[in-house]
Write a protein that binds this ligand. Structure first.
Ligand code: ATP
Ligand code: MG
Length: 770
């Protein structure tokens, strides 16, 4: 068969040689639609290939694999789940130890100097915070830019099928861990929980791809998991592990992965995710055991989040449901406001401020740190002290603290020993301790309304300002602090209005926290379980459910959830679980447009392939052959990544445009794994491949490497159906074809049952060799 006779081959004319000499930036875009979609067509943001390419090479590989191969594959998957659990648990432990110790040294130094001069105390406090925050922003801007922010929107997009460059690299992992220590230890209004989800995902991905080639930590035998499909499962385990480690909430972790981040879920995956979360719980518990007797410096009772409020309200009266529902509504309103404000500020940052360079990013974070330090130090200083509660009436309350300034009821230089500073108790403290103090039960009227209001307004503003700066930042802890504060305010109202002693402000603080998270993040089941797991109080479950449902409903009336909004802001092409209504009136051909199809002949000229790869950004190309009658026939779809491997290897180049003998198995010189690309990068680029002029004139038979059965839809299939197919199967390409001229068979549900198939005579031989 001559090359110029074949469809798709441009006759060996001068076109490819002209294109080869042009700078890629000069190449024309396809049409104006592309420009409109520029945000979503960022060449750095490529889709992932979750579909199994059942090429001849793949089938060849599978045919050689026996039962042992399958068994070792499954064993390895479980081993990975174990390792991800251990790795994430240890990373969380490391972050907590470091944050607690840095904070401990900071507060110790500040209090020591404040005995001599308040000003000196303030200076050392600001300097300590600034140094920690600087370490964080420096690492992010110079070393691991992809580690900025929470990482959850990017991971969510990754599990939906979009690869953001650099998001799962080893350097991102290091940047995330070290950056979180600096930003959380430096007292900024952000948390370490979101970053821990990202950390878990990075650990999973790095393990799955057999280490990092760049840092020469690479195990070749782990290459088996170096494909998008397996990596997706591992990253899901990593996400669940991150939440399990952050909150010590293993079940919450599984549900978080299921509800918030993943787009595809299978029962086998559920078991592995559950196993990983359980491993995390054991690792964290064991690691905390090592630190029991002050072995880990300042890390002790605080650190890991677990706010046991089992001593709180164990019953509630009917009239309390009203203020609780009100909390839900406030949570929905404030959560939606928080989302909206962060979108506005983040948009401005991305479009204006952060375009001015690294220095501006560093100065911005340092300014935010300065404001945070001044407010958290200055405002408690201006607050009037409160007398300690009556020790006879409240025997469980320790006031004043023997240690002076740690724990609840801190004295914070009140003139009288029997006094405490309520604002310092929550503002001048580590976040975990502040939350514990806000949730504290059986301590009525611990905080004045004025202090709570001051903290609420200031912290809300700080949290909005801080999110989006160039440091790793999570939204869970700020959300809990904001919610707990107005929850406690509502609690004060209820305590004052109620004649019952059982009403507890701490319980309202917890419900407030749940309501704000629900109103901002719009999660329900996972948040509910996380809240129950961190508070160890099952009795509050129905109330938390009520509050979460109301806050989500109210929030949804205004905008989308926090992560969804952030996904949109970053122009990540995420496919939501449901298609839009208007898609019902559109067909597949409306979405694919009127572009001329770029395709290859079965035997194509190397020069033509190179020219096409240079002139387009497409990642999938139909491959066509000719029937004996001369009719063209589509024999499959070939991926760009496959073509690049073939061009680089050059082993299949042939001098004449003849068909390779695909039946001879010795012809395949590739391992299927050769065709996979490294994580979070575009792999090899066409511009990296050196091909001589002589090689350009050679040919290659693409047939063994095509996906012979890509998903195809008739052109008039409704877009809703196409969307569901695409989303549910995690596809990257769907080929749109004209209505077929004939039907060769119909398959129903029962045809797919193994027992029905076994009875088919034509299949007997094949099935008996299973
Ligand atoms: P990915 O995330 O896989 O990179 P993309 O959205 O960036 O996908 P491209 O492959 O760059 O998509 O394709 C851009 C547009 O061109 C798509 O709208 C698609 O309809 C169309 N297209 C894709 N492949 C081909 C092809 N082989 N021939 C013609 N048009 C194509
Ligand atoms: Mg693309």
């Amino acid at each position: 068969m001559q090359g110029k006779d074949m469809p798709g081959v441009n006759g060996g004319g001068p076109m490819w040689s002209q294109l080869l000499n042009r700078d890629p930036s000069e190449l024309p875009s396809h049409n104006s639609e592309d420009e409109l979609m520029l945000g979503y067509r960022d060449p750095g943001m490529e889709s992932l290939d979750y579909e199994v390419v059942e090429s001849v090479a793949y089938r060849e590989d599978q045919a050689q694999r026996g039962i042992w191969h399958h068994a070792s594959y499954i064993t390895l998957k479980w081993t990975f789940s174990l390792l991800i659990g251990i790795g994430t648990g240890l990373a969380a432990f490391l972050i907590n130890i470091a944050v607690e110790n840095f904070s401990g040294w900071k507060f110790a130094a500040t209090f020591a100097l404040m005995k001599y001069s308040t000003f000196l105390g303030l200076v050392i406090y600001i300097a300590f915070n600034a140094a920690l925050v600087f370490s964080s922003v420096y690492i992010i801007t110079q070393f691991a830019p992809a580690a900025a922010g929470s990482g959850i929107p990017e991971i969510k997009a990754y599990l939906n099928g979009v690869d953001t460059p650099g998001i799962l690299l080893f350097r991102t992992l290091i940047g995330k861990v070290l950056g979180s220590i600096g930003s959380v230890g430096g007292g900024l209004a952000l948390g370490k929980e979101g970053p821990l989800v990202h950390t878990g995902a990075c650990i999973a991905s790095v393990l799955g791809q057999g280490g990092s080639t760049k840092y020469h930590v690479n195990w070749r035998w782990l290459r088996r998991f170096k494909n998008d499909r397996d990596r997706r499962d591992l990253v899901t385990c990593g996400c669940a592990a991150g939440v399990a480690a952050a909150f010590r909430a293993p079940v919450g972790g599984v549900l978080f992965a299921l509800e918030e981040v993943t787009s595809w879920w299978r029962s086998q995956l559920l078991w592995r995710v559950f196993f990983t979360s359980a491993v995390v719980a054991v690792v964290v518990r064991t690691a905390m055991g090592w630190c029991k007797h002050g072995n880990c410096g300042h890390f002790g009772s605080g650190g890991f989040i677990i706010w046991d409020i089992s001593g709180g309200q164990d019953d509630y009266s009917f009239f309390e449901l009203l203020p609780m529902a009100m909390l839900g509504a406030i949570g929905g309103l404030l959560g939606a406001l928080f989302n909206q404000l962060t979108i506005w500020i983040s948009t401005w940052r991305r479009n204006v401020l952060h375009r001015r360079g690294t220095r501006v990013k560093i100065i911005e974070v340092l300014l935010v740190s300065l404001i945070t330090s001044m407010l958290s130090f200055g405002l408690p200083m201006m607050t009037t002290c409160k007398p300690c509660p009556d020790p006879v009436k409240y025997p469980s309350v320790i006031c004043p603290r023997p240690s002076g300034n740690y724990g609840n009821y801190v004295n914070f230089f009140c003139p009288n020993e029997n006094q405490y500073n309520d604002l310092a108790t929550i503002f001048f403290n580590t976040q975990d301790d502040a939350i514990r103090n806000l949730f504290s039960t059986n301590t009525p009227h611990e905080y004045s309304t004025r202090s709570l209001l001051t903290f609420l307004v200031m912290f809300f503003v700080l949290a909005v300002l801080t999110y989006g700066t160039a440091v790793p930042s999570g939204q869970f802890v700020p959300g809990i602090m904001i919610g707990a504060t107005y929850g406690r305010l509502v609690g004060i109202l209820v305590v004052n209005a109620s004649s019952k002693d059982s009403v507890d402000e701490g319980t309202y603080a917890l419900l407030g926290a749940a309501s704000f998270l629900g109103g901002s993040m719009r999660m329900t089941v996972s948040l509910c379980v996380i809240m129950v797991e961190i508070t160890n109080n099952l009795q509050l479950l129905p109330l938390i459910m009520l509050v979460l449902l109301i806050s989500k409903a109210v929030g949804d009336a205004f905008n989308s959830g926090f992560y969804e909004e952030q996904v949109k802001l970053r122009s990540l092409p995420l496919l939501e679980s449901r298609p839009q209504r208007f898609m019902r009136n559109l067909a597949a051909k409306d979405a694919s447009g009127t572009r001329k199809i770029v395709q290859f002949s079965r035997v194509s000229k190397v020069g033509h392939i190179v020219a096409v790869l240079r002139s387009t950004n497409h990642n999938g190309f139909p491959v066509v052959d000719k029937l004996q009658t001369g009719e063209p026939v589509v024999i499959g779809l070939i991926l760009r990544s496959y073509l690049l491997v073939l061009l680089q290897a050059k082993t299949d180049f042939q001098r004449t445009p003849t068909l390779g003998d695909t039946r001879d198995r010795r012809n395949f010189r590739y391992d299927v794994r050769d065709f996979t690309k490294p994580v979070s990068s575009k792999g090899i680029s066409i511009y990296d491949i050196d091909i001589s002029a002589q090689e350009m004139e050679m040919y290659i038979d693409l047939q063994p490497f095509v996906n012979p059965t890509p998903y195809i839809v008739p052109e008039d299939m409704s877009l809703t159906k196409v969307y569901n197919l695409f989303r549910q199967l995690g596809l990257r390409h769907i080929c749109v074809v004209p209505r077929p001229s004939q039907v060769v068979g119909v398959i129903t549900r029962k045809d797919l049952l193994p027992e029905v198939l076994e009875e088919r005579e034509s299949l007997e031989e094949m099935l008996s060799s299973r």
